[in-house]
Design a protein around this ligand. Structure first.
Ligand code: SAH
Length: 456
């Protein structure tokens, strides 16, 4: 390890920055996140530095560098566009044992700056020792996605309870075990969701009853329309934490692959020729597992609150006092719209969009048809494949032109995606010929005409 990582206390730190172009500005902006005193020396300053000077964030000397500038400095950043000058300053600083960094010139540096993931007070600093900046950037991107944005709240929580935990457990191992349990539990998720007071109460309870089974929780997670890359960071995090995953038909195999390996998985969707598990039974399953202390992920296609019965499940959880979090997902209408190149609204076509069920009940679809037949409006029907004939017939009967554009999108966002277009009069034939299978979404409106123009 040629480079030794340390964290400098910036409270009393005197920084000198020589150069005030955009490269210097990036360092200065970073330094401005700390309480360090920053002195910038350069004959000219870029707009970013000028703004920081105007905001009183830095002290600026508009002139050439001279050696006396180093007198007050403990660390120096050099970023002029004169390489000879950069080398000279580096040599002088090193001779005076002042830490020096010449931006983008590792051999002239006595220290190099890490790549940073800032979740203050938690800071991750990484380096490739100056050898592989692209690899480092790649790694940082991966980690940024993995480390929750609100981690700082969790860090503050542990700081606040540190002394109380110490007083409760005299033994280091016991303390470590306690914190590990807290981080794995729903207390951490509650804090990360920004519900600090609730998290503090739960933590205090845990501390008072360390031998109780930690409370379980249910995470209602929107899995999106199929493409695993459309999952949110939060969805992935919960999936990786789950003890039990309860999923239905619309959740793709590729998405299930991303669930924690040793999590138990229960399928509650329709099996061929069988009915799906009744909703009441699913609700009971979620409540029972959470009461046993399990972290349950209820994985649903699209968004849990759009034709997903998420509302009903949450009501049940509230009744039983089970902690829960809901993660929105990309709903099928959004997925189908973008992947099929059919914008749902468009200045020239539609100023509103209606999401409707197309589900048949007793052979008919009970909808406010006159409200649906409006100009400049896009209609999206979920669960409408079986009722397609009735939908077209009712729209025409209520005044929509039989020539109105309509599209069916099968398995949107997946490799099985198929798009069939036509008019209210022709679509049924086209759908039959294309052998469209569920899940399929229906889009009605002149926006459908854009499908042939917009290819994605
Ligand atoms: N909560 C889900 C909808 C569940 S209702 C969401 O927000 O997307 C089930 C219906 O959604 C299906 O009948 C179909 O109309 C639609 N659907 C879901 N995923 C789909 C997909 N990948 N492609 C097309 N339609 C889809």
């Amino acid at each position: 390890m040629q480079y030794f990582p340390i964290f400098l206390d910036a409270q009393q730190l005197q920084c000198l920055v020589i150069g005030a172009g955009e490269v210097a500005a990036r360092k200065v902006e970073l330094l401005c996140k700390t309480p360090a005193t920053i002195h910038v020396v350069a004959p000219e300053a870029c707009d970013t530095i000028k703004q920081l000077v105007a905001d009183n964030k830095v002290q600026f000397s508009q002139r050439e560098f001279n050696e006396t500038d180093l007198e007050a400095a403990q660390i120096v950043f050099v970023a002029t566009n004169n390489s000879t000058l950069n080398a000279q300053i580096s040599a002088i600083a090193k001779a005076q044992n002042i830490l020096v960094n010449v931006v983008d010139n590792t051999p002239l540096c006595s220290f190099i700056t890490p790549s940073i993931i800032d979740r203050t007070p938690l800071i991750v600093a990484m380096s490739s020792s100056g050898t592989a900046p692209v690899l480092l950037r790649y790694l940082r991107q991966k980690l940024e996605a993995l480390i929750p944005a609100n981690l700082s709240i969790l860090a503050s929580l542990s700081e606040k309870f540190r002394d109380r935990v110490k007083a409760t457990f005299s033994n280091v191992n016991q303390r470590r075990h306690f914190w590990e349990q807290v981080l794995e539990s729903d207390i951490a998720e509650t804090a990360l969701a920004g519900k600090v007071e609730q998290a503090e109460q739960a933590l205090a309870h845990r501390l008072a009853h360390p031998d109780e089974v930690p409370a379980g929780a249910v995470y209602l997670v929107g899995a999106g329309p199929g493409d695993p890359e459309l999952l949110t960071f939060k969805a992935i995090r919960y999936m990786q934490k789950a003890d039990l995953v309860v999923y239905d038909r619309l959740v793709s195999k590729e998405i299930l692959e991303l669930v924690r390996r040793d999590a138990e998985k229960i399928y509650v969707g329709k099996k061929a020729s069988l009915h799906s598990v009744p909703q009441a039974q699913i609700n009971q399953l979620l409540v029972k597992a959470a009461k046993e202390g399990k972290r349950v992920v209820r994985l649903k296609g699209g968004d849990p609150y759009i034709f997903g019965r998420g509302g009903e499940e949450v009501q049940e959880l509230i009744e039983h006092d089970i902690p829960f979090h809901v993660v929105p997902g990309i709903t099928a209408a959004s997925g189908a719209s973008t992947y099929a190149g059919i914008p749902l609204t468009h200045r020239d076509h539609a100023q509103s969009v209606v999401f409707s069920t197309g589900h048949l009940q007793d052979g008919s679809i009970n909808l406010d048809w006159p409200a649906l037949v409006q100009k400049n409006q896009t209609l999206v029907f979920y669960m409408g494949l079986t009722g397609l004939g009735i939908i077209c017939q009712q729209l025409i009967a209520h005044g929509m032109s039989a020539d109105m554009d309509i599209a069916l999108v099968q398995s949107a966002t997946t490799p099985q995606q198929k798009v069939v277009t036509g008019t209210l009069a022709t679509i049924q034939d086209n759908v039959a010929k294309a052998n469209i299978q569920p899940p399929a979404l229906i889009i009605v409106g002149t926006v459908v005409s854009l499908h042939s123009v917009i290819t994605t």
